[in-house]
Design a protein around this ligand. Sequence first.
Ligand SMILES: Nc1ncnc2c1ncn2[C@@H]1O[C@H](COP(=O)(O)OP(=O)(O)OP(=O)(O)O)[C@@H](O)[C@H]1O
Ligand SMILES: CC(=O)N[C@H]1[C@@H]2OC[C@@H](O2)[C@@H](O)[C@@H]1O[C@H](C)C(=O)O
Length: 394
Amino acid sequence: MNHNLQQLFNIAQKPSKMGIGLMSGTSLDGLDIALCQFTGHGLNTKFELLQFITIPYPDEFKQEVQQVFAKRSADLEKVTLLNAYIGTYHAELILQALERWRIDPQNVDFIASHGQTIYHAPERLHLHKNYPNATLQIGDGDHIAVKTGILTVSDFRQKHIAAGGEGAPLALYGDVLLGNKTGENRVLLNIGGIANLTWLPGDGDFNRVLCTDIGPGNTLIDAVCRKYFDKSYDEDSAIAYSGNVNEGLLTALLAHPFFKEKAPKTTGPELFNLDMVAEAQQQSGSGQITNEDLVCTLSAFTAASIAGFIENNISGDHIQIFTSGGGARNPFVIGELKKLLPSVLIEDSSLLGINPDAKEAILFALLGNEALCGEPISIGANPAVLMGKFCFPI
Ligand SMILES: Nc1ncnc2c1ncn2[C@@H]1O[C@H](COP(=O)(O)OP(=O)(O)OP(=O)(O)O)[C@@H](O)[C@H]1O
Ligand SMILES: CC(=O)N[C@H]1[C@@H]2OC[C@@H](O2)[C@@H](O)[C@@H]1O[C@H](C)C(=O)O
């Protein structure tokens, strides 16, 4: 038998596996690396987060990726080079993390790599007749496998699209496996560059589970901070607290047609970007507001769009929201959310035993474990598929 297939067979049969999950999200802040131990699969999955680190990206790297990220036109040579470069770079960061944790790479059974999304184009966005939903993540998995010597599962989103989905949010699968509890009405809310949530009704009926993107998380706040404040984000909401909400602009932003589209739906900075903000400023005659008021209004926008979605789509007694992602550490956004949803308990996901910063990297580790030894899980009308492509070190 091909040596690689034998190795795959052996790893898939191990009762307990050590796997690394990687997430490099739309905020482009750094690489999240989660080292996890798994036993079982599907609804019987048991996992332990052994180690977690976010390795920040240097500014030069961010600038390189920004040249192609979420852009309708980009230099194809740059995309090609970045695909190989990011794979190798992520491998280097993994090896650094393992050295720091004193873990021999030979003891790691698999890496599950999300890659870097550079363009997300569901049909609702691209509007090209005869073209399907599409998404592109780069940072090639073979480069990771060869450089680390570890079996790598990569490119998870394509199978989801091939089976009828939009390629996101894949959080659905992890949230159902790790966050579902009969008797509790739970919302798992991730506020990254884009905000998404999974609604897990306490009656345990998987047909009612809903997982969808909601709209912007931090992406617009970050973009304004980069443009006007030479900062990559609004740390502890210092800028938002120094400004005021412009109600006219807020209303114009919330009137965007994306919010009226039926969930589940996905989006990205391809739609929610500074052009969209400029259009809303023009419509509302708020083009002259201060940059502080702009950050404050965009922060209120994130909170209001999340609260609006929850009010219109989720009902039940004693709903609890468990937050994760960098936006869970934005006090202005969380404060507004609490004001807008006074009857809902809002805590972060550590209350469920899930490190809020590590949640998405854990998700990919979990999807890697499923790719190795799981079975497709049927959750309502969502694609019931095992995702990811296997990349071998030799
Ligand atoms: N202390 C803080 N105060 C305010 N905002 C914060 C703080 N810490 C992190 N953030 C925000 O969180 C962002 C990073 O979030 P995260 O890493 O969850 O995004 P991501 O995974 O790249 O996005 P996505 O989930 O959409 O792919 C930062 O860019 C910043 O906007
Ligand atoms: C195409 C893409 O990379 N989408 C990301 C992004 O970041 C948040 C939101 O938009 C979500 O849909 C998704 O990531 C998470 C991990 C997901 O698939 O659940």
